[in-house]
Design a protein around this ligand. Structure first.
Ligand code: SAH
Ligand code: SF4
Ligand code: F3S
Length: 502
């Protein structure tokens, strides 16, 4: 029998290769991270193994993600830990361990969670050993946590965004306890590197480059639930990308609430544009995306890097929120309508084939139909390739929640419908311009509705469906864009797959 492994003696970079079945789980847990979490993964593994033997079947875990790309990436980390703990992944919520990674940016995201909890309670009555966990942004709100304690006592584990790196330890605590385990931190400076992650796609991945947000847009709850802005060190980011590239990833998306302010608070400050230049050097990476850019911090240096890069995708998501300078000011966005327009114009001039998408909120306190007209004017002038439009949702604790002039729902909806009509019209016209051209497409999946088609993404983020088989998944293919269907294309493959590096 091989000897036990003492994690205290294992370097951070080797942890991913450690055989967890050989870890010494009888000594005390390491104090340092991430070694401590690997220790608890090994402990969970023992429990899961004995449960498997008792039940005569694998144990299944289901991870449900709500919210943005950052939450999606967090869920990949949760999945990595659950798999290392010995669970198998299940798509259905009828599982042994179900975790909801929640979002609270708008109230409908919260309502969805409460609705699902009702359904899960039904499952749990029939399978009492089932564990239900909640994590993510919604759990950072005191009122939510109160409600869960009082009205959903069947939930087994609750934790927030700041201590997600402790998931293995919390999972262990929950597996050996009959009571609700709850651990919410108010804030953290910690960035724990080198925990496992299981990617949804083998060929593409999100990478956090920063956490939190310092902007405090007056409607937004994110700074309160994700904490202050913290950038990861460039060396850590580059190392992660190099490892991903070695593992077959060719498309990456750099993630942060405001990537344009990346690096400002590092010991050795570094601009986002410079980080991009370094990321570009990583061999094997063909496409680089990033999200989200705040207009107030988008530099000329970044536009220049995008302009002459072959790897940076022809897509920029640049949230507008409103086209009315008065509303923008009340939103604390720190740019005017004119500044946004001239920024968008400069970007289109310097990078002619770029696709610009945006987010818009309708119904912010004090917004009049005239303000909506201003927003519509910006949509028509910038000619957004796509826009996500949201009804304003009041978030308790944000400055906007207590502002005068809260807009009645009917007026909000009227403004929303007016805007949506223009947004869709413009997006359709923008998309139609590509008809007859060819595009390089990264194939992502077999088409969900028609198995004879595959679905891929162009550099500008638009989807294309075309005849092809599963073997194309993860490959770059040249596709003729035949028919525009509004927001996506039907195409035809032109040339064989080209997977050589550029
Ligand atoms: N950090 C990003 C986006 C974060 S949230 C940025 O600054 O753009 C994603 C989008 O949700 C925002 O762009 C905004 O349009 C929308 N949003 C945020 N808070 C909202 C609220 N209270 N009501 C409605 N939409 C909101
Ligand atoms: Fe919210 Fe504004 Fe921060 Fe985006 S930049 S997360 S909208 S506070
Ligand atoms: Fe939602 Fe949190 Fe993202 S509130 S939008 S999941 S940062």
């Amino acid at each position: 029998m091989d000897s036990y492994i003492d994690l205290q003696n294992i370097g951070t970079e080797e942890l991913g290769h450690v055989d967890l079945d050989r870890v010494d789980v009888y000594g005390s847990p390491p104090d340092v991270e991430p070694q401590r979490q690997y220790y608890f993964m090994a402990k969970c593994r023992q429990i899961v193994k004995s449960e498997r033997e008792r039940l005569g079947r694998p144990l299944y875990a289901c991870i449900q993600t709500l919210g943005c790309q950052m939450n999606a990436r967090d869920s990949e980390k949760l999945t990595g830990i659950l798999l290392d703990a010995g669970f198998e992944e299940a798509a259905e919520e009828v599982a042994d361990f179900v975790i909801y990674n929640t979002c609270t940016v708008r109230d409908n995201a919260n309502q969805k969670v409460y609705g699902r909890l009702g359904v899960l309670h039904g499952y749990k009555r029939r399978r009492p050993h089932m564990k239900i966990a909640l994590c993510g942004c919604m759990m950072q709100e005191a009122s939510v946590v109160e409600k869960i304690k009082n009205s959903y006592p069947f939930v087994d584990l609750v934790f927030g965004t700041h201590n997600i790196f402790k998931f293995a330890e919390l999972l262990y605590t929950s597996l050996v306890s009959d009571r609700m385990v709850m651990d919410i931190w108010q804030d953290t400076d910690a960035i724990v590197e080198d925990l496992p992650a299981k990617r949804k796609y083998p060929f593409k991945s999100g990478i956090n480059i920063m956490f939190g947000c310092n902007n405090f847009c007056s409607y937004c709850i994110v700074p309160y639930v994700r904490g202050r802005e913290r950038s990861r060190k460039p060396a850590d980011i580059l190392r992660e990308i190099e490892l991903l590239a070695r593992d077959g990833v060719t498309e990456i998306m750099l993630l942060g609430q405001n990537v344009n302010s990346y690096g400002k608070n590092l010991e050795q400050p570094m601009s986002f544009a410079r980080l991009l230049r370094e990321v570009e050097q990583v061999e094997g990476i063909r496409r680089i995306r990033f999200m989200t850019s705040h207009p107030k911090d988008l530099s000329d240096e970044l536009i220049a890097v995008m302009g002459d890069s072959k790897k940076l995708c022809r897509h920029l998501h640049l949230p507008l929120q409103s086209g009315s300078t008065r509303i923008l000011q009340a939103m604390n966005r720190r740019y005017t309508k004119e500044q946004y327009l001239s920024l968008a114009e400069k970007i289109r001039r310097e990078i002619p084939d770029i696709s610009i998408t945006t987010d818009i909120i309708v119904g912010f306190p004090g917004e009049t139909p005239g303000d909506v007209d201003e927003t519509i004017d910006v949509v028509q002038k910038v000619r957004f390739d796509n826009a996500f439009t949201f009804l304003y949702s009041k978030r308790t604790g944000t400055p906007a929640a207590s502002m005068e002039g809260q807009v009645p729902e009917v007026s909000m909806k009227q403004g929303f419908d007016r805007l949506l009509h223009v947004v869709q019209d413009v997006a359709r016209q923008q998309a139609a311009r590509l008809a007859g051209q060819t595009a390089e497409v990264l194939v992502e999946d077999v088409n969900a509705h028609d198995g004879s088609l595959v679905t891929g993404r162009m550099s500008n983020n638009m989807l294309v469906h075309f005849p092809g088989g599963r073997e194309l998944i993860g490959q770059y293919v040249t596709v003729a864009l035949k028919q525009c269907k509004g927001f996506y294309y039907m195409g035809e493959r032109k040339a064989p797959a080209i997977n050589d590096s550029i």
